[in-house]
Design a binder for this molecule. Structure first.
Ligand code: DAK
Length: 258
């Protein structure tokens, strides 16, 4: 399918989706989020794709939701059309692993989109923030909820109340991102991580994604029970037999997603 605001490239089992509205620092319009949700659903269906990378430009992953698109909307319009809810739900339902590769600005909805991914690798130029307070609104796609779980109350409160941006080093220190890499190597590093994931059993990577995400939704005892049940169930797969046989025979495993 031809897209206007994103570029989709599938190579070696990895689908790279590049947000592509350079004139607006990849501000998230309805069209862009519709296209992103569509491309992710296509990747979910595409047997060739085993891991997904979402990235932007060197200057901006995404500078937030499109302010010019939202400027004249009133409460009833935003409420009745349930702006962005459909797209956010569709993005969050994707079961294959998604890596956000963030360079430059990841602000407002851009920071929230990165946090919807399974983990974030960022460049040393990355800047994260929830500056909606400067526009007279709050975050609305997870900036008060997911960010608080990543970085704790104090930093989340400060970022949401003051609009302060967080640089890459601080983002790594407080657990918002998994790794900081030089800007020139960002995509290479993200794709390399995606290729590593692609070598594993897709059954298992999808199960692990679900298991880790449960940690954010369930009390510990329930989460541990869920983990144990899924762990047990993985012993019913051919990939478990193959993975353990390959270890014993000192060879690489050939997983078949069965
Ligand atoms: N929206 C629209 N256009 C944007 C934009 C944005 N968020 N960010 C940048 N642009 C545009 C600029 O207007 C400019 O366009 P022209 O004026 O040249 O036509 C172009 O991109 C380049 O930007 P600048 O000239 O400003 O570039 P600088 O390097 O000087 O500054 C900046 C970069 C990122 C510091 C600055 O652009 C900036 O402060 N941008 C706005 C950041 C921001 O406030 N982001 C939060 C947006 S509000 C919802 C859930 C969530 C949300 C909404 C609804 N629901 C559930 C309903 C989310 C809301 C947000 O994200």
């Amino acid at each position: 399918m031809a897209y206007e605001t994103i570029i989709v490239d599938v190579e070696d089992h990895v689908c790279v989706i590049t947000l592509n509205r350079p004139e607006a620092l990849n501000a998230l319009s309805k069209e862009l989020l519709d296209e992103l949700a569509e491309a992710l659903e296509e990747s979910q269906k595409n047997d060739k794709v085993r891991c997904i990378v979402i990235t932007g430009s060197e200057k901006a992953f995404a500078a937030g939701a499109d302010i010019k698109m939202m400027q004249d909307k009133n409460f009833s319009e935003v409420f009745l059309e349930d702006l962005f809810t459909n797209q956010a739900d569709r993005i969050s339902r994707i079961r294959k692993p998604i890596i956000a590769a963030v360079s430059g600005y990841a602000l407002g909805g851009g920071c929230e989109l990165a946090m919807m991914c399974d983990f974030i690798i960022c460049s040393d130029t990355a800047k994260f923030g929830q500056p909606e307070i400067n526009l007279g609104i709050s975050a609305g796609l997870g900036g008060t909820q997911r960010l608080t779980r990543f970085v704790g109350k104090s930093k989340a409160m400060e970022m949401n109340l003051t609009g302060r941006l967080m640089e890459a080093e601080e983002a790594e220190r407080c657990g918002l991102v998994s790794r900081v890499v030089p800007a020139k190597k960002l995509l290479e590093e993200a794709i390399s991580a995606a290729l590593k994931i692609s070598e594993k059993s897709l059954l298992t990577t999808m199960a692990v994604k679900e298991m880790v995400n449960r940690a954010y939704e369930l009390p510990l005892a329930e989460g541990l029970r869920f983990e144990r049940r899924v762990f047990h169930s993985l012993f019913s797969t051919e990939d478990q037999k193959e993975g353990m046989a390959a270890f014993s025979e000192k060879r690489d495993a050939q997983f078949r997603d069965r």
